[in-house]
Design a protein around this ligand. Sequence first.
Ligand code: ATP
Ligand code: MG
Length: 231
Amino acid sequence: DRLRTFESLEFRDVSFRYADDAPWVLRNVSFKLDKGHQLALVGTTGSGKSTILRLISKVYQDYEGSILLNGIELSSLSIEDAMHLFSLMQQDVYLFDESIAFNIGLGKPDIDREQIREAARYVYADGFIQTLPGGYDMELDGNGGNLSAGQTQLISFARAVAQGGQVIMLDEATSSVDSVTENLIQRAISRLFKDRTVIAIAHRLSTIRHSDTILVLDQGRVVEQGNHEQL
Ligand code: ATP
Ligand code: MG
């Protein structure tokens, strides 16, 4: 049955490698995320942060240990039954050579313009979109080549909000953005953190500070776990 509401996500001693003869990239990872809470994943490059999001997204199924969604083993749920609860904000979002409105409403064929604007407003993207030639009808070019890196991120935030998932998974981009856009991104993130359940691969200190739990990964192991004050 399709799960209606998100209650919790738990990793119990999860270990994972990309192939039988490949090195382990997650080793006995355990954590629990309850509804309304925020989890930040931090750690050096290659420590396994994105792999955790890929396992949650059911891209790979052959892990050891348990991944429990509302107490149900994730591998026993279909992608459709599980993933409609999650919206992913990717590190390198792909934008189609279509209008801004199309890109925000992606995967939601029935979404109307007002709902698209509502999602954009929620992440503070509506203002800059309205200043663009054509506004929401502006055609994007070359994977958002005619937008700045920060604007691209805001579009990806709006897309995730428009998808309506109860849990936001955020793979925070590291690209430097101008200070005005940075400010919008920070406001959007703190708003999401107040309203939603979030799992964030975090690079910004502000994202880390707003999280209930911080998981520090090193070579696939959790080396520290706690809140900002404890760490
Ligand atoms: P970054 O901060 O650079 O995004 P990360 O913490 O997200 O790093 P992962 O992408 O989870 O790191 O990668 C963890 C390890 O798994 C790395 O050693 C990486 O080389 C390896 N890895 C990632 N994807 C694959 C893949 N598709 N096939 C084989 N190995 C992979
Ligand atoms: Mg990554």
